[in-house]
Design a protein around this ligand. Structure first.
Ligand code: M6P
Ligand code: ZN
Length: 194
């Protein structure tokens, strides 16, 4: 008879909404107040209460940030919404260690994953339940919720990847996702594309 062999009191698990739970799981909420300068329409952004949650992240962090060889396992819930003509989105980032990659997978909702190379060339992938996305190294990534319900997605990235938000704060992404007459419209620096 094996009774609770190797079982810890407080195991790691994934909850019904896809979020990790258990020891070493951290959580962070990003409010609209913390996203100043991210949306094109500053006036529309200023009209949204600064304490309104834009998205929440939970991640399992078994090792210290920056440790080579480890992995972080994350989950993000991006609430639906529009700021001016632009859909709600994450801040987006390059990895501080530029060569490191990441997986994203969509759990619920609908959106677009913007992928911008260092030369600012932009492409995007549709996120829908079951979609899996490989973010290569040297590629900034941002998620846009183009639906009417929360967009929830999982993520897994190297524990030494780090986040570089400064490059995005300085230069932005080379395209924005706008509410178009027939659904989302991606407006790039070089022109509008559906
Ligand atoms: C995913 C991962 C995290 C990231 C989060 C929110 O869960 O990529 O590393 O922090 O999304 O994205 P951002 O950091 O761009 O706000
Ligand atoms: Zn990342």
């Amino acid at each position: 008879m094996f009774e609770h062999m190797n079982m810890t009191e407080d195991p790691l698990s994934i909850m019904a909404d896809g979020a990790p739970a258990g020891p070493e799981v951290r959580r962070k909420e990003t409010t609209f107040g913390g996203l100043r300068g991210v949306f094109a329409d500053a006036e529309a952004h200023a009209s949204i209460p600064g304490d309104r949650v834009a998205y929440r992240v939970a991640w399992h962090q078994a090792v210290a940030d920056g440790t080579p060889g480890g992995l972080f396992f994350g989950w993000t819930e991006l609430l639906p919404g529009v700021v001016g003509a632009e859909y709600a989105m994450t801040r987006g980032h390059f990895h501080a260690r530029r060569e490191t990659a990441e997986y994203y997978w969509c759990l619920s909702g609908r959106g677009l994953l913007l992928l911008m190379a260092e030369d600012r060339s932009l492409r995007w992938e549709t996120m829908a339940p079951g979609s899996l996305h490989y973010v290569p190294g040297r590629t900034a990534h941002r998620v846009v919720n183009t639906g009417e319900v929360s967009l929830r997605f999982g993520a897994c990235w190297p524990s030494d990847a780090g986040h570089d938000y400064e490059s995005i704060a300085a230069e932005g992404f080379s395209g924005r996702v706008l509410v178009g007459p027939a659904g989302p419209l991606v407006r790039t620096e070089t022109g509008a594309r559906a």
